[in-house]
Design a protein around this ligand. Structure first.
Ligand code: 6CS
Length: 343
């Protein structure tokens, strides 16, 4: 073959290779759909946008984020993820607990401390969170990418609550998992499970007398307008989780799996900065916006009365989850002891 024809052949091969590579990269530049349960600028939205930023800055893929209501309620976005219509979902154990009973562990009252640094370290270090939960989620077709705290739970009601007796006869909205109902039963209230979309209206029309949520959400959702008495009971943290459809994740190249995990880790670091001081800021906004709001912080003695009712909820958790829940709880408690010992 003459040098010229060798050159032409080489050029043709190179052109083909470039064309094929371009085609491959355009074929693999996907748009991933990601839905969460909150509004623009809320904690889950900040997390999702940070994940999107990381993925788009570090690959040809793009991420389409859907906020609360765009694709339905929390249970709808989980169904769509399990069906493979969505690739990513952020759903809180408050709802996932009805699918994965062990996720209800977050509703055993007074299990987590109130101190944010300890809680953050727990989420970073815990074997229960980082090793046991991913296995439990995988059994249900989900790749758990991150669990993270959003804020301390605060009760809002039509009157300040200082003892279990104050809860008597009060219908308190809970997310739709059975253990949370057990918690409010133990606290002396009448638990009323409702999806998020019905909460404001139910408070406004007095169909329910109260609910629980972190302060940023009480502000962002305007709950203080219809449920103005805020009580810091110290009984738990609103925890949430970001995950992918497991089949989708397993079908990704190793490089894309790493991209996805790194993106979730990046969003996790950003979210911890975001929630630092968020509750205090939101409380200030609430106080400025309303003269009706009261804020009650329970004393140690008042907390003791609620805390005395926690063991029966723990029992219920074990009854609902069997051996697997027992193991998870014992690891969870061991992990907590370790982070508290470090303090
Ligand atoms: O109470 C709820 O249902 C909602 N609370 C928060 C903080 N995020 C989303 C969830 O749906």
């Amino acid at each position: 073959m003459s040098t010229q024809s060798k050159f032409r052949k080489l050029a043709a091969i190179s052109a083909f290779a470039v064309g094929a590579a371009t085609l491959a990269s355009s074929v693999s530049a996907d748009t991933w759909r990601y839905a969460h349960e909150e509004y623009e600028g809320d904690v889950q939205d900040v997390f999702a946008m940070k994940f999107k930023e990381y993925v788009e800055d570090n690959s040809d893929h793009s991420v389409q984020v859907y906020r609360f209501g765009e694709l339905g309620e929390s249970s709808d976005i989980m169904e769509q993820t399990l069906a493979g219509i969505l690739q990513f979902v952020n759903q809180s154990p408050g709802f996932t607990g009805s699918l994965i009973p062990e996720a209800q562990i977050f509703f055993i009252p007074y299990l987590l401390p109130t101190d944010m640094d300890t809680v953050v370290e727990f989420f970073r270090e815990s074997e229960a969170i980082n090793e046991m939960f991913p296995k439990l989620y995988a059994e249900h077709g989900l790749k758990l990418l991150q669990m993270y705290p959003e804020g301390e739970m605060v009760v809002t009601a039509d009157e300040p609550i200082t003892s279990p007796a104050d809860f008597e006869g009060k219908k308190i909205r809970v997310m739709t998992n059975p253990l949370l109902s057990a918690t409010y039963n133990a606290f002396g209230a009448t638990p009323t499970p409702l999806p998020w979309g019905e909460v404001y209206g139910a408070l406004q029309t007095n169909m329910i007398n109260g609910q629980e949520n972190p302060i940023f959400w009480i502000e962002s959702g305007g709950l203080y307008e219809v449920s103005p008495n805020l009580t810091f009971t110290g009984h738990g943290w609103f925890t949430t989780a970001m995950m992918a459809n497991l089949d989708f994740y397993q079908g990704l190249s190793e490089e894309d799996q790493k991209l996805v995990q790194d993106g979730a880790d990046y969003a996790f670091e950003k979210i911890l900065v975001h929630i630092d001081g968020l509750a205090e800021e939101a409380l200030e906004k609430i106080k400025k916006a309303s003269d009706e709001v009261t804020v009650t912080r329970l004393t140690e003695e008042q907390i003791d009365k609620f805390q005395a009712r926690a063991p029966q909820v723990k029992e219920k958790f074990i009854e609902m989850t069997g051996e697997s829940g027992k193991e998870l709880l014992s690891q969870f408690e061991e992990d907590l002891k370790e982070v508290q010992a470090d303090k």
